[in-house]
Design a protein around this ligand. Structure first.
Ligand SMILES: [Zn+2]
Length: 478
């Protein structure tokens, strides 16, 4: 009886909140030189006397609390008759509006956007670059509701590039099925150079922002090879379209993965330096590989996302580490690195880990869990007390690659594991992996136990015996 009542209540809540609920955003740039974005947000079909609007505290893929609410100003809620409604801040990133039973609310606020990174938003006279988690407010009850976003560009801006699907009527009106997908699609508005190619029916767009010394044909051909090698590993490419957003700057770098796009920052001169360019292609491969490995195959905790606080996982050693192994490997398999260049990179990583005293202090699972307070908040003692889940996780992937090949006489490799995780876990269950399921998948594909391996090198801090693993690789070309 109690169960029935709960079920009825859940159905009622869903009908009253989910059925017609929606949020409409209007995004404009009346004065880009001031670096402000003007936001208007309309919430429809509200039930109750108050509604909480929130700004995320972090952006998925970058495990640090960034307090995006710090850039919000001029918060003004109104009813449908443009009468101001009372509100108050109830914590650092939550605005509570007292709508007094009114079914719709319109909120205006400004966002200061002058931090050019793949995790933040930036506006100047040249363009706008938006990461949704630092611009779009949300309400918990409406996170799964669809939203419409209308962009009003500055008069000098002609183009919009984003993975949010366009409406039938205009490229400037976009429809997101839920908040996760809205927040996961970076947006570039300006006069960007767009280099497009078709990969097996999937349009790919390389969105170049700012001047760079690239050759359009070379970039198109090289990106195509990366896309092809990545897709062959999984056997299927799940996207309807894909955007690479590339900001060119004089210094700095970085990348962030999304479901149907990725953002990168690189030097505007990278294309004429062969060594640096191969490193850049490795970054492209890394973020593209993530569209499968972390955005779809993922830890149980990472999605649907809680934007209100830290989300902890033990598995970044796999999702970032194995992606790090694959980024250079894909560039090698695509024909950009020679065998010697590739092995030099691998042994450079071994050297880096050997010069990390923290490898005997912090395990990979601890490094993953504490990314929020350690990996992303390094200090002068970090090398002594912590280990990178990127570097060591990548080396663990290399050891498993060698061990898979040796144990199966070359019949199974990490590619089989990635293929298995995508098809047997993600596509069939459509949810993330528990820690136990991840290890079970590794053991199933390899056909052997990795209990001791895990307790020694992943959850434990025993030194990696490279020689014994590398001896096994003698018969296999990496
Ligand atoms: Zn990554």
């Amino acid at each position: 009886m109690i169960r029935q009542s709960i079920a009825i209540i859940i159905i009622f809540i869903c009908l009253s909140v989910c059925s017609d609920a929606s949020i409409n955003y209007k995004v404009s740039f009346p004065n880009p030189a001031s670096h402000y974005i003007s936001m208007e947000l309309e919430v429809l079909d509200i039930t109750g006397d108050s509604i909480d609007l929130k700004m995320p505290v972090w952006i998925p893929g970058s495990y640090m609390v960034r307090e995006f609410a710090k850039n919000v100003e001029g918060f003004v809620p109104e009813n449908a008759n443009k009468q101001k409604l009372p509100f108050r801040k109830v914590d650092k990133n939550t605005w509570r509006i007292y709508n007094g039973g009114e079914k719709s609310v319109v909120v205006k606020y400004d966002v200061y956007a002058f931090e050019l990174s793949v995790r933040t938003s930036f506006v100047d006279m040249s363009h706008a670059y938006i990461n949704g988690t630092s611009v779009f407010m949300y309400t918990e009850a409406f996170k799964s509701a669809p939203s419409t976003v209308t962009f009003i560009p500055h008069k000098n801006w002609k183009l919009i590039s984003t993975g949010i699907p366009a409406s039938d009527s205009s490229a400037w009106i976009r429809n997101a099925p839920d908040y996760d997908q809205l927040a996961d699609c970076p947006i570039v508005i300006g006069n960007q150079d767009i280099i497009s190619f078709d990969y097996k029916g999937i349009p790919h767009h390389i969105v170049m922002i700012g001047n760079g010394n690239y050759n359009r044909d070379t970039v198109r051909n090289d990106f195509y090879k990366i896309v092809d090698v990545c897709t062959q590993i999984f056997g299927v490419n799940p996207n309807k379209d894909y955007h690479f957003f590339i900001h060119h700057t004089n210094s700095g770098g970085g990348g962030l993965e999304h479901m149907n796009s990725s953002s990168m920052i690189t030097s505007r001169n990278v294309y004429a330096n062969p060594t640096a360019y191969k490193g850049f292609l490795s970054l492209i491969a890394h973020e593209y590989f993530h569209l499968w490995n972390v955005k779809r195959i993922r830890p149980l905790e990472l999605g649907p996302f809680n934007y209100n606080e830290e989300v902890y996982t033990n598995q970044l050693w796999f999702f970032e580490g194995f992606t790090s192994f694959y980024d250079d490997y894909i560039v090698y398999k695509s024909g950009f690195y020679s065998r010697k260049e590739y092995l030099d990179i691998v042994f450079g990583n071994v050297k880096t880990l050997l010069n990390t005293p923290g490898d005997t202090i912090q395990s990979l699972t601890e490094s993953s869990f504490d990314a929020w307070i350690k990996y992303y908040r390094r200090n002068e003692n970090s090398n002594n007390a912590t280990v990178s889940y990127y570097t060591k996780g990548g080396l663990i992937a290399m050891l498993l690659q060698i061990d898979f090949l040796a144990h199966t006489n070359g019949q199974k490799s990490l590619d089989d594991l990635m293929h298995y995780l995508y098809h047997e876990h993600y596509l069939k269950l459509n949810r993330g992996l528990t820690d136990e399921e991840l290890v079970a998948a590794i053991e199933t594909v390899a056909g052997k136990s990795y209990k001791d391996f895990m307790s020694q090198y992943v959850t434990g801090v025993q030194p990696i015996p490279y020689a014994s693993f590398l001896e096994k690789s003698r018969n296999f070309i990496c």
